[in-house]
Ligand binder design. Structure first.
Ligand SMILES: Cc1cc2nc3c(=O)[nH]c(=O)nc-3n(C[C@H](O)[C@H](O)[C@H](O)COP(=O)(O)OP(=O)(O)OC[C@H]3O[C@@H](n4cnc5c(N)ncnc54)[C@H](O)[C@@H]3O)c2cc1C
Length: 525
């Protein structure tokens, strides 16, 4: 009996050995590939490539990468790829020389090493929800698309306090994994938004009143540095880099895994309400009261908006309400729920369901712009935002397909108090400065010829509201990276001292400034 069993097991054992050997070989191959110098020399690309065409480095990088990974260089496929992978068609119009989809941190490190050696300009993409061209796309360069880095696991299934999340995940993937386990993390309120950009820029969640922004809930980052090392970055290992990653965006390397604090979370209540425009004052009133009373109930989350009906003729005032427990019409949101509505989706729900609902309000294949400003909360300032929005929306709303929206959110005192957790973040917002009012002006439109008009209106809205706030003594310098337009100075808004510190940390971990020079899109230091 015994020998037969042993014999029967032999093929399985051999297979296992072969697999182990293959994996070992693969690991060695990856290490060998990591040394690109000889291969670059063979291709005739030297360090001094000043006489070469701007994207020669990328043509060579794309060519060399094919030896390590599947790389798509075919122009029809790269164009089709761009169209499918981005939320805003302004990004989708940008066609890379090639795109690559690494599956491990080691592969990302090899790619980073190669772009640095070939001087190939690159962009990094997670969920592709940056609104403007070049945010996570690059014309004639290399797009490093992280979608296959999609790990999703609990660090300790018995006592789940940390979820390991690859940047290839969208928030809906994370919620579909955690919600049935009665767990959650500080993730996006819209299903399809990517984990990467959201978490590196800030991250406002339904659960922020209780736990802070997403960047405050990251225990550890697995980071590929600009010099192609793979680091585990946490408060103890690299406190400076850990601080910088909490708000510093794409400037310090490529995050290949976020280890996110995980908390118990069951059924919720919430949805979206729409009221006739004559109720705007009541909506403002409820929001202003909520801003100052929110500390009393950390399960309650609310923001308000003004938008237009589909035929663009009627303005509506609305709110997005969420309550983190299964309590219908909670008292903390009572000032909102008593306002008469023309439509309401308030219901018993869960985070995945809510995120899907809000996703449907943000369709893809449109041109999109986001724009932001921050003020101290006051009724006067709220009214000013509404009045200026209505005036400026009037200048663009009758162009075909243009739909302007005003979204007003809060950075509550509680949220700010959590910014100092785990050594703090780099946003430059101090305790005692809240509650703050975060203006976001999303616009969608269809025709490229309307770009100038739409972006002009967006700029006027932020300039005029800022001017008014300065006059009223209600201006705050902070610009939220995740809502900022490409021409806004995000890192200057973190304050001089923080900007200097961020630049020092960047020079320490990226002495050649590869991520500043070769990664032109989005917000640089
Ligand atoms: C419909 C919609 C809903 C939104 N809802 C919310 C919300 O509820 N709360 C909120 O706070 N914000 C929200 N946002 C803003 C959102 O957080 C930002 O647009 C964010 O940048 C999107 O992340 P992404 O990974 O999808 O974008 P991408 O365009 O892929 O990335 C944005 C930037 O981050 C960089 N990046 C991404 N991943 C990595 C990585 N792993 N390592 C290094 N750099 C990386 C990219 O290079 C790029 O520069 C929303 C945006 C949209 C369009």
């Amino acid at each position: 009996m015994f020998p037969v069993k042993g014999l029967a097991r032999l093929p399985a054992l051999s297979l296992l050995l072969l697999l182990l050997l293959a994996r070992q070989l693969h690991a060695e191959q990856a290490v060998l590939r990591f040394d690109w110098d000889q291969e670059i020399l063979n291709l005739g690309l030297h360090d001094d490539n000043s006489t070469e065409q701007a994207n020669d480095g990328c043509i060579k990088a794309c060519h060399l990468l094919q030896r390590l990974l599947p790389v798509t260089t075919d122009s029809a496929r790269t164009t089709a790829y761009a169209k499918e992978e981005y939320w805003s068609s302004r990004q989708a119009e940008v066609t890379p020389q090639c795109f690559v989809q690494p599956t491990t941190a080691e592969e990302v490190a090899s790619i980073v090493s190669l772009v640095s050696k070939t001087k190939c300009r690159f962009a990094v993409k997670s969920g592709g929800h940056g609104a403007f061209a070049g945010a996570s796309s690059i014309e004639a360069g290399l797009t490093i698309d992280l979608q296959l880095l999609n790990e999703l696991s609990l660090e300790d299934a018995e006592q789940p306090t940390v979820t390991r999340v690859g940047p290839g995940n969208r928030w809906i993937d994370v919620y579909d994994y955690l919600t049935p386990r009665n767990l959650s993390v500080l993730g996006g309120r819209v299903a399809e938004v990517g984990v990467g950009g959201f978490t590196l820029g800030g991250g406002i969640s339904f659960f922020s009143p209780k736990y802070g922004w997403a960047l405050d809930g990251v225990r550890n980052y697995e980071l590929v540095t600009p010099d192609a090392r793979i680091l585990q970055v946490n408060r103890d290992s690299y406190p400076d880099l850990y601080w910088a990653l909490r708000g510093g965006g794409k400037n310090f390397g490529i995050v290949t895994r976020f280890d996110l604090e995980t908390f118990p979370q069951g059924p919720m209540w919430g949805g979206v309400t729409y009221s006739d425009v004559q109720h705007t004052e009541e909506v403002i009133d409820a929001f202003e009261k909520f801003a100052f009373n929110a500390p009393q109930d950390l399960d309650a989350h609310a923001y308000i908006f003004l938008d237009f009906t589909d035929d663009i003729d009627r303005l509506r005032a609305g709110s997005v309400l969420a309550y983190a427990r299964a309590v219908e019409y909670p008292e903390a949101l009572g000032n909102f729920t008593k306002i008469p509505t023309v439509r309401s989706t308030l219901r018993s729900t869960d985070v995945a369901d809510l995120a899907r609902e809000i996703s449907a309000l943000n369709p893809t294949n449109m041109r999109w712009s986001y724009s932001t400003a921050t003020f101290v909360v006051s009724k006067e300032m709220l009214r000013a935002c509404v009045d200026i929005f209505i005036e400026e929306a009037e200048t663009i709303k009758h162009r075909e397909g243009v739909v302007p929206v005003l979204v007003l959110q809060l950075i509550t005192k509680d949220v700010i108090s959590r910014f100092s957790r785990n050594g703090g973040n780099c946003l430059g917002i101090e305790d005692g400065e809240g509650p703050l009012l975060l203006l976001n002006f999303p616009v969608k439109w269809t025709r490229a010829e309307d770009d100038a008009a739409v972006l002009g209106a967006a700029k006027r809205i932020r300039d005029r509201t800022t001017q008014r706030a300065r006059k009223l003594g209600l201006y705050h310098r902070y610009l939220y990276q995740n809502y900022a337009d490409g021409e806004q100075e995000v890192f200057a808004s973190y304050g001089e001292e923080n900007l200097k510190k961020l630049r020092d940390i960047s020079r320490k971990y990226d002495p050649a400034q590869v991520f500043q020079k070769l990664q032109p899109g989005y917000f640089k230091l």
